[in-house]
Design a protein around this ligand. Structure first.
Ligand SMILES: [Zn+2]
Ligand SMILES: [Zn+2]
Length: 465
């Protein structure tokens, strides 16, 4: 608490109104100091910001020809300089990539391990701790754990800096060499499919559960994916106006004419003279935000014109009816208890709505539900929702003998090439195709032989086809 407004050489914090403003400087690419300031609610936040700013300035002020690096920050700086020379003389990495390296070092590595000396006995331990922290880190933007490829990209500059340091003889041995790097996930087309064993297990479990929306279970929602291969956005954006149910056998169908899409929020405030948003917040926290949230848009992913009509079989019709009964009850209760709160009138009349508020489900919400349901159904692999569509496509291909135009029509693909990407090679079907071609040939051969011998023995033969 001894921190007050006294200057510290690298900046200062002053009380302003009911908050605090930190004054510091940043270095531009030419190494020139430029003043900067930022407002905070607490004094500590302001000092922390200044501290981070100065650590980052220090990383950037090393000049060429300086003595061998002594800390991780100095070594990373030397590596960045080397990369900058490569950029200028060889054109690789390009400017954008180099900027990315620098911002990763400034944001992730310099604060965590920058001050560690290269000769420190705990260097390796600290690197492992840092790696574990990245492994557990959560994205600022999505509030989700970082993806494997993002972690790999973050780790790369630090790893390269150490390799460079070892080459230059600044550090020996390279502690990174014995630290396993973040792996990158690879996905082949076949891995995109949720295997039929697990798909059947999940659907059997759902059949018992039915539509218990308050408990997070909706059989209909998942059957539309498994049975018809509908995309997430198509299911979440499905409107009752596009579902045609009749008692007549084989007459019910739905038109997949809309899709739900989450759009980012935009600021409703204006920019100040420095080009910053006046609310000083992220757009989705702006008091006058607009344009974001769930939008029900025309058409499907295949295009505005691509609106496949899908025949519904009697089992699915029964599911629609059971689902509608449950939804009607929930809506009536939501109105009675005043929990219904639609934010957007275009969300009225959707097939899938949250029981309490009657609002649509967003893709993230939907994905979280899927994750939980898989576990409840006793399935260990954390499949992605889109894998269900691939499963449905495979199933369709197997049952129709690879009738691509028809499958493309059902899935709503504009081009059959897309459909082929979904299906993958079916070796059994190819074997059958080759076998029947061979059978035809053998048949012809036999007939020809019979004709020859028939001529000799003067036996009557039917005319050749
Ligand atoms: Zn339901
Ligand atoms: Zn704003």
């Amino acid at each position: 608490m001894a921190k007050n407004s006294k200057p510290r050489g690298y900046g200062t914090v002053l009380q302003e109104g009911n908050g605090f403003r930190a004054y510091g400087y940043v270095l531009d690419d030419a190494g020139k100091k430029k003043p900067t300031k930022k407002r905070f609610t607490t004094e500590k936040e302001a000092w922390d910001w200044l501290e981070a700013l100065n650590r980052r300035n220090k990383t950037l002020t090393m000049e060429d020809g300086e003595a061998a690096p002594e800390t991780v920050a100095e070594m990373m700086r030397a590596w960045l300089r080397k990369k900058d020379r490569q950029r200028r003389f060889e054109g690789k990495p390009d400017q954008k990539t180099w900027d990315e390296y620098r911002s990763i070092i400034i944001a992730w590595h310099a604060p965590a391990v920058g001050s560690v000396r290269l000769d420190s006995p705990s260097l390796r331990k600290k690197l492992i701790q840092h790696q574990n922290a990245i492994d557990k880190a959560v994205s600022d933007k999505t509030h989700r754990p970082l993806s494997a490829s993002r972690k790999h990209n973050l780790w790369m500059p630090l790893r390269s800096a150490f390799r460079y340091g070892a080459q230059e003889g600044w550090i020996s041995p390279d502690p990174m060499a014995s630290i396993e790097k973040f792996a990158v996930e690879s996905t082949s087309p076949r891995e995109k499919v949720m295997p039929k064993v697990d798909a059947d297990k999940f659907r059997d479990w759902l059949e018992v559960q039915g539509c218990n929306h308050r408990a997070g279970v909706c059989r209909l929602r998942w059957e539309l994916a498994f049975e018809y291969g509908r995309r997430q956005g198509e299911v979440l954006g499905l409107h009752w106006d596009h579902v045609y149910l009749t008692d007549e056998e084989d007459k019910s169908f739905m038109e997949v004419a809309k899709k739900a899409k989450t759009r980012p929020w935009k600021h409703g405030c204006s920019k100040n003279t420095k080009g910053e948003w006046k609310c000083e917040k992220q757009a989705r926290y702006c008091p006058n935000k607009h344009g974001g949230g769930i939008h029900i848009e025309d058409g499907t992913k295949g295009g505005k014109q691509v609106k496949p009509q899908i025949p519904l079989d009697s089992d699915v019709v029964t599911m629609f009816i059971a689902h509608k009964k449950a939804q009607d009850r929930e809506r009536a209760a939501a109105v009675e208890h005043r929990t219904k709160s639609l934010l957007d009138p275009s969300h009225e009349g959707l097939v899938f709505t949250q029981p309490l508020t009657q609002r649509p489900y967003g893709p993230r919400h939907d994905a979280t539900i899927f994750e939980k349901l898989l576990k409840r159904a006793g399935i260990k692999t954390p499949y992605h929702i889109h894998q269900i569509r691939h499963t449905a496509a495979t199933e369709l291909s197997d049952s129709t003998g690879g009738d691509l135009p028809n499958i493309a029509g059902i899935l709503g693909h504009k081009s059959i090439t897309t459909t082929m990407g979904y299906i993958g090679p079916d070796i059994d079907a190819r074997r059958k195709a080759l076998a029947s071609a061979k059978a035809l040939r053998m048949e012809r051969k036999k007939k020809a032989a019979a004709n020859v011998s028939g001529a000799v023995e003067a036996q009557p033969e039917p005319a050749g086809e």
